[in-house]
Design a binder for this molecule. Structure first.
Ligand code: 1PR
Length: 541
């Protein structure tokens, strides 16, 4: 098999890129020193972390002259995500750090006044009727970034680049560029399903260079960011010791009969693949018994991730047990080290639950000061904030009056058992077993300040009820923060997804039980949303 060289300049979540390259029929060879760059024919620069981190790592390890020489020699070179950003002169993200300067211009940040930032999800890459490495007008590609180069018609073209763009809100940004031997994408081709694999293959075979910039006929892409539909798998060991996908009612995952066995809805790897093929935009695994002791090195979830990442080319999130831990042999393992194990096994994001609540309590008790030592801060510093999701398990608490508590209340259309017209949402830890004196607004504002990139908003009252999402909760949380929110808990049919997208500004919606029990497929949800005029990505086989 032909070889492609991947620059291994910083520990990162590049397992999925290697898997995607292998899927295209190439072998991956890691470049671990600047001297090895000279041996590389085709070289890929994966983007990890943020602009300054990426460039300072490249500079301090002595890679910059070698990479520039590779490009100047006309050898194939591809850069992904922060990799495309590195080609510019600089970024407001880290103003003191110079980029490679191959493209004139500086990056700025998306405006978060009218939309969530980071920009996460499936958007187009409109190559403006020019051929650009098999980008196709009907396809969507997976983006996750806060900084971007704003597109100005003709500007980069005048520097000889063929350019593809995406549109987020009112902002049009550069989604991909190519010139001669160089291809760079802001989106992640390795996470963009078959559409992304086509782009990778075009680069690897060199086919794309032959037609680069040629005029194409046919329709231009329409629309921008699609509505994200996520399939979630709660995973735990059953009483026979097998890891199974389970699903509770209000977090109780045991059967209602006398034996009270753990509900077994299937095998995690197979089910993840099934949802990928139904068009799930992301797959989330939650290890729901992680608070019990388990030796870290052989975390069975690592194996599940490794196997899933071989066949599922959309983003994978893993949650459960991301916290500083002492292994059964007494070894201390930090949350960052655990996250690193997950990223190396193919995860794109980690999701933090209980530990986020405890960190937020400390944040407030220290007068809203950050010391850089929480799991959220450490992981987002190393891998970028888009890699850190905070999973919240709130429960409704009814109160008779708006000011009956210090917590952030809402007036509810669903009064409590004693006719209470107000409620607030209390955060819980340990899978809902322990309720804390913290409301969801306090929690999400604290974790946003710490650098979390996204919130996975469950709701214990709605979980497993099939009665629809808690719109009041979602609206309260969305109005408190700027980072994206994934609505979760209560989905029972496709109309619930339409409802949450129409009646709240949620950025994504997640379903579990209705998919696991085979009542509806992800495809049916997306078809329904499309019928109602909401934009979705369709699976490309
Ligand atoms: O606290 O960092 O170790 O993380 C533990 C993680 O496990 C948290 O993300 C927590 O939400 C999750 N978890 C713990 N116990 C349970 C349980 O069910 N007993 N599951 C649990 C959470 C919620 C969603 C579910 C949606 C949609 N499950 O994952 O998939 O509610 O369900 P539906 O569409 O069927 O209504 P830590």
């Amino acid at each position: 098999m032909p070889t492609v060289y991947l620059l291994d300049y910083v520990a990162g979540n590049v397992r999925s890129l290697a898997n995607a390259i292998e899927k295209c029929g190439y072998t991956v060879s890691w470049v671990r020193s600047p001297e090895e760059v000279a041996n590389a024919d085709k070289l890929i620069l994966p983007g990890v972390g943020h602009f300054g981190h990426c460039l300072s790592q490249l500079a301090s390890a002595g890679y910059l002259p070698a990479v520039k020489a590779h490009i100047a020699a006309g050898k194939p070179f591809m850069a992904i995500c922060v990799g495309i950003q590195a080609l510019f002169e600089g970024s407001v993200e880290d103003p003191g750090v110079p980029g490679l300067g191959l493209i004139k211009g500086n990056l700025d940040r998306f405006d978060d006044k009218d939309k969530s930032v980071p920009h996460i999800g499936w958007n187009c890459a409109d190559s403006r009727s020019k051929s650009l490495h098999d980008l196709q007008p009907g396809s969507k590609y997976y983006y996750v970034h806060s900084y971007k180069y704003p597109y100005k018609a003709g500007e980069l073209e005048a520097q000889g680049w063929t350019v593809a763009t995406g549109t987020y809100g009112t902002e049009t940004f550069v989604g991909a560029v190519a010139k001669d031997n160089i291809l760079a994408t802001q989106f992640h081709p390795e996470k963009s399903g078959v559409a992304g694999l086509r782009v990778l293959k075009s680069f690897l075979t060199g086919e794309g260079v032959k037609s680069l910039g040629q005029q194409l006929s046919g329709p231009a892409p329409t629309g921008g960011l699609t509505r994200r539909v996520i399939a979630c798998l709660d995973v735990r060991t059953n009483d026979q010791g097998d890891l199974v996908v389970t699903k509770g009612d209000q977090y109780d995952v045991r059967e209602k009969g006398d034996d009270r066995g753990v509900r077994n809805l299937g095998k995690p790897v197979e089910m993840a693949k099934k949802y990928y093929e139904q068009g799930a935009d992301e797959v989330t695994f939650l290890n729901i018994t992680s608070f019990r002791d388990c030796p870290i090195a052989d975390l069975p979830m690592l194996e599940i991730l490794r196997r899933t990442a071989e066949t599922v080319f959309v983003p994978l999130t893993i949650g459960g047990g991301i916290r500083d831990t002492v292994d059964t042999d007494g070894t201390k393992v930090s949350a960052l080290e655990i996250a690193t194990m997950y990223f190396k096994s193919g995860a794109d994001k980690v999701s933090i639950g209980s530990d986020a609540v405890l960190a937020a309590e400390e944040y407030y008790s220290l007068g809203r000061k950050l010391f850089g030592n929480t799991a959220i801060e450490q992981i987002s510093r190393a891998y970028g904030n888009q890699a850190v999701v905070v999973s919240i398990d709130p429960k409704r608490v009814f109160v008779p009056k708006q000011d009956a508590t210090r917590h952030a209340t809402i007036r509810t259309a669903f009064p409590g058992p004693k006719g209470e017209e107000y409620c607030w949402y209390a955060c819980t830890i340990k899978g809902g077993r322990e309720t804390r004196d913290m409301d969801v607004v306090e929690l999400v504002q604290a974790v946003e300040a710490m650098g979390a990139g996204e919130v996975l908003l469950n709701c214990i009252d709605r979980d497993g009820t099939n009665s629809g999402f808690d719109l009041e909760l979602i609206n309260q949380v969305k109005s408190s923060i700027r980072i994206p929110v994934i609505a979760s808990s209560g989905a029972g049919n496709p109309a619930h997804f339409e409802e949450v997208f129409q009646k709240t500004p949620t950025d994504a919606a997640l379903g579990a039980g209705m998919f696991h029990r085979g009542e509806y497929t992800v495809q049916q949800v997306k078809d329904f949303l499309a019928e109602k005029g909401l934009e979705v990505r369709q699976f490309e086989g």
